[in-house]
Design a protein around this ligand. Structure first.
Ligand SMILES: *[C@@H]1O[C@H](CO)[C@@H](O)[C@H](O)[C@H]1NC(C)=O
Ligand SMILES: *[C@@H]1O[C@H](CO)[C@@H](O)[C@H](O)[C@H]1NC(C)=O
Ligand SMILES: *[C@@H]1O[C@H](CO)[C@@H](O)[C@H](O)[C@H]1NC(C)=O
Ligand SMILES: *[C@@H]1O[C@H](CO)[C@@H](O)[C@H](O)[C@H]1NC(C)=O
Ligand SMILES: *[C@@H]1O[C@H](CO)[C@@H](O)[C@H](O)[C@H]1NC(C)=O
Length: 771
């Protein structure tokens, strides 16, 4: 063994030296300087190329570049591992980097080395969604792009990041629900657009250029990974036009129109029998045609391979290649287009103009990123480097996001917050009490450092720790040991839940209860405890914890998501009342009976009384829940008072409009009728408690029950911070066509006529919309 290892080492040593001597860079992507084109200072010939001329507009430069390439060279630019053209001073470029909640090592474009050993790891996105703080979404994106640029400058990261994931968290079993901001299209839309702005927007306000390029994925109706033999690679999502237009598409539309995203990724799955990456209506028609994407459309890795080999959608691979490009795909993650594009052209299925269109979108994005502007150290952000990654301020923000997201779900009088002075001994129990990597979920990077829950709690009080289970699967709970420490302590914190072995990419859950014997452990520990018992659930998706909700010995329940690198500190901040919780659930917590009854593969959002299908999410599901969308307590009570809202909105219609002569349930939300149909709702919010805190105001509307409308839907949300007994104002500007409209059975936006009931908590206000 030892000999073999030495031989390999020696071999590599000689090889590396040899390659270096021949002037080849053994690891070109991860050198100390980034790859960039148009290095005119070291290669003056490049000055003759218009595509290197920064004074020209992007289109002129792209056209010039495309003109200079052979067909074979062009084909090198339709895949993520793009092949450079040395005669034109263009190096290889790796398109695939990720930054879902911090710069990630997933994707070959980014690496951590001793130069930059870690990056700030924010909470997994679902917990960020729970903050309902739009400015925070953007601020996270801004910090992540600064760290990304800093890593790029030393050759450790690309410029194109395939984040965020804005698919709707439709089913509680979905292993990737944790990556998304939740189940609501309005929240997902606002999150996506804000995070993208944070990533992309430059500090000099130049709207044509990008700090880094974001990518909204996975387009569309993608939310089944692997469930009872249904694999994402071949799954056909059967989706009604109505659900598509009012649930699955809105986050993508907002991402392109409000976020100005530079890229959209099409998914693996089919929608109504067509693979999304080979559907000209979904790509060229909607994204490029209707929404006018300024950027590139990329496939998942590798959707085209799956389209051919798993879905057998075309007869030959060349047909798949041609279909994808003609449908509007610009970049293939994978090598399918390297292998089959030339042959597709040779067979007359595709022509060079089609390829030009694709690479033009790709080049335009790189131009906007400054890739063709020469040495990045001479550009804006050129001074960023390792010192700008994992700064104290960035790490503090990771902690702030986690504590703003943590949701207090149950709190018996006298339980939380625990007094750090009165508690002399705290029992900390559970398989997630002393975890590190679990806290950052998937699409992670190497974090700057970790604060475990145990470390966070121990910083304030003396603790005794028992894992209680060997791991989260908890095949056999170690009940006796746990009971012993619990019985002797003033208070108990149980940190339970899941990790990536339970819910992850390519891993949907079957059950949504606490895994294995976790609930047995929790109940037994609670039974012997003499003080407060705090159940902390660290997980992606929701859990059926009805037993804990009902158990009077369990005095508090917290959901902490996967809280990121500073998760343990944030948990302690909330438990000891250094921070007053303000998070709200971004998804419904269903009972186990729901998943026993409902196939994950049924994409319908709306219930079907004929079959007993109960529908999905707070907008449509009327059955019992463990906890509901928007749930979340504070240590303070907040009172709401309506200051101003209209009772009546009249929609102006032409004299000849059909709804003037015959009765209509709704009218089309079209420009002529929608002009000036906006009003303000003013609310007064008062903090009645003794602690300062933030209140998340969720404004819902229940529309008239026409067109299979949702029972209620989110109109908007705002968060405000109030000191004890202080009063604040919130104003929602409601645009009737935008915020109160719904989508009919054919996908048309309509304004329902009749009573819309607006609500904030228990406050209700009826608004009559009529003609
Ligand atoms: C595609 O074809 C392969 C081999 O011919 C077959 O094994 C597979 O079941 C087919 N898949 C589908 C989705 O039809
Ligand atoms: C290439 O194909 C497109 C359709 O995809 C067609 O509109 C165009 O005229 C063709 N161009 C050439 C040069 O054949
Ligand atoms: C917590 O986990 C770390 C790393 O796995 C381990 O070194 C440490 O001893 C654990 N702490 C306790 C109190 O068991
Ligand atoms: C709780 O403890 C009592 C004894 O103190 C015991 O009789 C009972 O069975 C326990 N209940 C549970 C659910 O463990
Ligand atoms: C929202 O996040 C910002 C950071 O962008 C923070 O300063 C602010 O306090 C948060 N708002 C509330 C009401 O908690």
């Amino acid at each position: 063994m030892a000999l073999a290892k030495n031989t390999v080492f020696l071999f590599c040593y000689i090889l590396c030296i040899t390659l270096t001597n021949f002037g080849l860079n053994f690891r070109p992507v991860f050198a100390q300087t980034p790859a960039f084109a148009c290095d005119v200072s070291s290669n003056p010939v490049l000055k003759n190329f218009s595509f290197c001329d920064v004074s020209l507009d992007v289109k002129t430069r792209v056209d010039d570049l495309v003109k200079r390439l052979t067909l074979q060279e062009k084909i090198g630019f339709v895949v993520n591992g793009a092949k450079g053209v040395s005669s034109l001073g263009i190096p290889d470029y790796e398109w695939w980097s990720e930054a879902l909640h911090g710069v990630s090592y997933i994707g070959p474009g980014t690496k951590f080395t001793s130069l930059v050993p870690g990056a700030t790891s924010f909470p997994q996105v679902l917990l960020t969604g729970a903050t309902f703080n739009e400015s925070l979404f953007e601020l996270i994106g801004k910090v992540v792009s600064t760290e990304a640029r800093a890593m790029h400058n030393v050759g450790l990261a690309g410029l194109t990041f395939w984040s965020p994931n804005i698919n709707i968290f439709r089913d509680p079993r979905w292993g990737r629900g944790q990556e998304t901001p939740g189940e609501d299209p309005v929240l997902s839309s606002k999150y996506g657009a804000a995070y993208v702005r944070g990533l992309q927007q430059r500090d000099d306000g130049d709207k044509d250029r990008l700090k880094v390029a974001a990518c909204c994925k996975h387009y569309t109706a993608y939310d089944v990974d692997s469930w009872k033999g249904n694999l994402r690679y071949s799954f056909n999502a059967v989706v009604t036009q109505q659900d598509l237009d009012d649930t699955f598409q809105p986050p993508f539309k907002s991402c392109v129109l409000d976020g100005n995203v530079a890229s959209v990724m099409c998914s693996y799955n089919q929608v109504n029998g067509k693979p999304t990456c080979g559907d000209p209506d979904l790509l060229a028609g909607v994204i490029r045609g209707q929404w006018k994407l300024n950027g590139y459309i990329v496939s998942d890795c590798d959707s085209l391979k799956e389209m051919f080999y798993s879905q057998n959608y075309t007869k030959t691979p060349e047909e798949t290649a041609a279909l994808a490009i003609k449908s509007g795909l610009d970049l293939n993650c994978g090598s399918f287009l390297t292998d089959h594009t030339q042959a597709a052209i040779d067979r007359g299925l595709l022509n060079e103009t089609d390829v030009n269109k694709a690479i033009s979108n790709n080049f335009a994005t790189l131009m906007r990123l400054g890739f063709f502007d020469g040495d990045p150290s001479k550009q804006l952000y050129g001074n960023l480097g390792p010192k700008d990654v994992c700064t104290p301020a960035n790490q503090e923000l990771a902690r702030e996001v986690a504590r703003e997201g943590i949701v207090l779900l149950k709190n018996t009088e006298g339980s939380l917050p625990l007094s750090p002075t009165a508690i002399k001994s705290l029992a900390v129990i559970g398989p997630n009490a002393n975890v590190t990597k679990t806290m950052i979920g998937n699409y992670e990077g190497t974090p700057c450092k970790y604060t475990t829950p145990l470390q966070g709690l121990t910083a304030s009080v003396a603790t005794v720790y028992q894992p209680g289970c060997a791991d989260v699967s908890c095949a056999t709970a170690q009940v006796e040991e746990a009971k012993k420490v619990a019985a002797a302590a003033d208070a108990v914190v149980l940190i339970m839940g899941s990790d990536l072995s339970i819910e992850a990419e390519a891993k949907d859950r079957l059950d949504i209860t606490l895994p294995g014997q976790q609930s047995i452990l929790v109940t037994a520990v609670a039974n012997v405890s003499k003080g407060p018992v705090i159940l902390v659930i660290m997980s992606g998706g929701g859990m059926d914890v009805q037993f804990a909700k009902d158990d009077p010995k369990i005095t508090s329940i917290l959901w902490v998501g996967f809280p990121g690198e500073a998760g343990g500190a944030a948990i302690a901040d909330v438990i000891f009342g250094y921070y007053n919780p303000s998070g709200r659930l971004p998804m419904t917590w269903y009972p186990q009976s729901y998943v026993d009854k409902v196939p994950m593969t049924n994409m319908n959002m709306r219930p079907d009384p004929a079959t007993g299908y109960p529908g999905r999410t707070y907008r449509f599901y009327t059955g019992s829940t463990i906890f509901s969308f928007g749930d979340g307590l504070s240590y303070s009570q907040f009172n709401h008072h309506l200051v101003h809202a209209p009772n009546l909105v009249s929609v102006p219609l032409d004299a000849g409009h059909v709804c003037r002569s015959s009765k209509c349930n709704s009218i089309d939300a079209v420009e002529e009728t929608c002009k000036n149909l906006a009003f303000d709702i003013d609310l007064r919010v008062k903090n009645m408690g003794k602690m300062a805190g933030s209140e998340t105001v969720l404004l819902f509307s229940s529309p008239p029950r026409v067109h299979n409308a949702p029972q209620k839907h989110l109109v908007g949300f705002q968060k405000l911070h109030l000191t004890p007994m202080a009063e604040g104002r919130v104003r929602f500007n409601v645009d009737v066509c935008k915020h109160l409209s719904l989508v009919d059975e054919h996908g048309n936006r309509k304004v329902a006529l009749g009573l819309h009931v607006l609500h904030v908590g228990s406050l209700k206000h009826s608004l009559n919309v009529r003609i």
